[in-house]
Design a protein. Structure first.
Length: 462
């Protein structure tokens, strides 16, 4: 038996109603009895002195009307609700919590028969019970909301920890991070499928997705890359640098047909896309969807933004790590170059043996250039040929060929230096450019040197 029913039965009333205050209106929350009513669950009574139910809330005291039909001049607002129902005597008691009215309980009779003091006191007791019931519901609702918030916070923290763990393991490869971010976003938002994109020039590229089915996934992949000027949700979010919340992606007339086709193929209706922002610049998007229409709440969009921020962190982390590696390699090369130059300088200062100095120079130059082999030639102006003086990593057969058939003036990259003393680089060298070495083709082929990696030839003709 409800509070309203017990109150009506034990006070001898024909019906009982309980209202709860919600801001500036009263909302009916319980009713029992046989009195006809024109009110519905959607009815809201303004908190105004012209309403019988509202005056006890305003004054925070009991209202007892022996005959409401004779008092409508004082309560014009209630005439619509009680004028045609035959109600005569009304008793209304406010629901007080810490001295403030949070609602009201009314009991009514269809005849003029005022309620006794005992019945009034009894209704006050039921009012206290109603307050306790309302408070229990409020506290339970708040507890549920708090539990949901704590659960969401814990899940978010766990997901963030998982993503950071993936980031730490994949410092140069962002793909596992993107996959983890999209999967976590879909799970925490109770979504259906999700995707992540990146800006590549004037295009939007698909970077990660969670699978719906093979056919739907194929349709999504086929729709990328997309132009930045597209009217699709990802392009909107990037251009506007703000979330795009779509209530029904299958029917929204503002979306291009291919975007609606994607929604139909993958089986979703609601969609939200949030930009990945780095220094106020959109570098991509993350999007999640649901099967039902209606869009996403502000809290859900804010949660998705945290995943967008994590994606930006992953991208920045990979970029900074690449820059660090490049800088480290540059410093390593610089240290190597300084060490090599030091060794050459030491060789020059410690010996008068020219061959030792030239061999040291050839070895260090080959090492620093990352070349397979190197040669230092001396140009004989009278014979117009280049003679090898020092070599590094050359097969003996090739050295013998270079000695017995030296490069002539004008032949190949080395021979050109006798004509123009400028550095020369060839990306692919053939023996056809060296006529004087045709007879030695077999030695070069056996040594695997008929085609060479790019190299520099530098010399001063003397």
């Amino acid at each position: 038996m409800t509070v309203a029913e017990r109150a009506a039965r034990l006070t001898g009333a024909n019906d009982a109603l309980i209202y709860r205050r919600e801001g500036d209106v009263l909302r009916p929350v319980a009713r029992w009895g046989s009195v006809p009513t024109v009110m519905t669950p959607e009815t809201r009574l303004p908190i105004d002195r012209g309403f019988v139910a509202s005056r006890p809330v305003i004054d925070a005291r009991i209202l007892h009307i022996p005959d409401i039909q004779a008092a409508f001049d004082d309560f014009p607002g209630s005439k619509r609700y009680m004028g045609q129902t035959g109600v005569r005597t009304v008793l209304a008691v406010p629901l007080l919590r810490e001295g403030a009215a949070i609602g009201v309980i009314l009991i009514r009779r269809l005849e003029v028969q005022p309620f006794s003091d005992a019945q009034i006191d009894l209704l006050k007791t039921f009012a206290d019970q109603a307050v306790i019931a309302i408070e229990n519901v409020r506290l339970f609702t708040e507890l549920q909301a708090s539990n949901r918030e704590l659960t969401t916070a814990l899940d978010t923290q766990t997901a963030t920890s998982d993503i950071l763990r993936v980031i730490s393991r994949s410092q140069t490869n962002v793909q596992p991070v993107f996959d983890a971010i999209v999967a976590s976003a879909v799970r925490l938002l109770g979504a259906y499928v999700g995707s992540l994109t990146r800006v590549a020039g004037d295009q939007i590229a698909l970077a990660a997705l969670t699978s719906a089915d093979a056919a739907g996934d194929a349709v999504l992949r086929a729709s990328f890359p997309q132009p930045l000027q597209s009217e699709a949700p990802h392009a909107w979010a990037i251009r506007d640098r703000a979330p795009i919340n779509i209530a029904d992606a299958q029917t929204d007339p503002q979306l291009p047909e291919f975007a609606r086709a994607n929604a139909r193929a993958r089986g979703y209706r609601s969609q939200v896309a949030v930009p990945l922002l780095r220094h106020a610049e959109a570098i991509g998007t993350i999007s999640v969807t649901r099967r039902d229409p209606g869009g996403f709440t502000d809290d859900e969009i804010a949660l998705l933004q945290t995943f967008a921020d994590q994606a930006v962190i992953a991208i920045e982390n990979a970029r900074l790590f690449d820059e660090l590696q490049a800088r480290t390699q540059e410093l390593t090369r610089s240290v190597g170059e300084l060490r090599a130059l030091g060794e050459v300088g030491q060789a020059i200062s410690s010996t008068l043996d020219l061959q030792t100095v030239l061999s040291t120079i050839a070895a260090r130059a080959t090492q620093l250039a990352g070349a397979d082999a190197g040669v230092i030639y001396e140009y004989d102006a009278e014979r117009e040929v280049f003679e090898p003086r020092a070599t590094e990593h050359l097969e003996p057969e090739i050295v013998d060929v270079l000695v017995t058939a030296p490069v002539r003036k004008g032949e190949g990259a080395t021979g050109q230096l006798a004509i123009s003393p400028q550095a020369v680089q060839l990306s692919d060298i053939h023996l056809d450019s060296l006529p004087s070495l045709h007879h030695a083709r077999g030695a070069f082929v056996r040594a695997g040197s008929e085609r060479c990696s790019p190299f520099h030839c530098c010399a001063k003709t003397t």
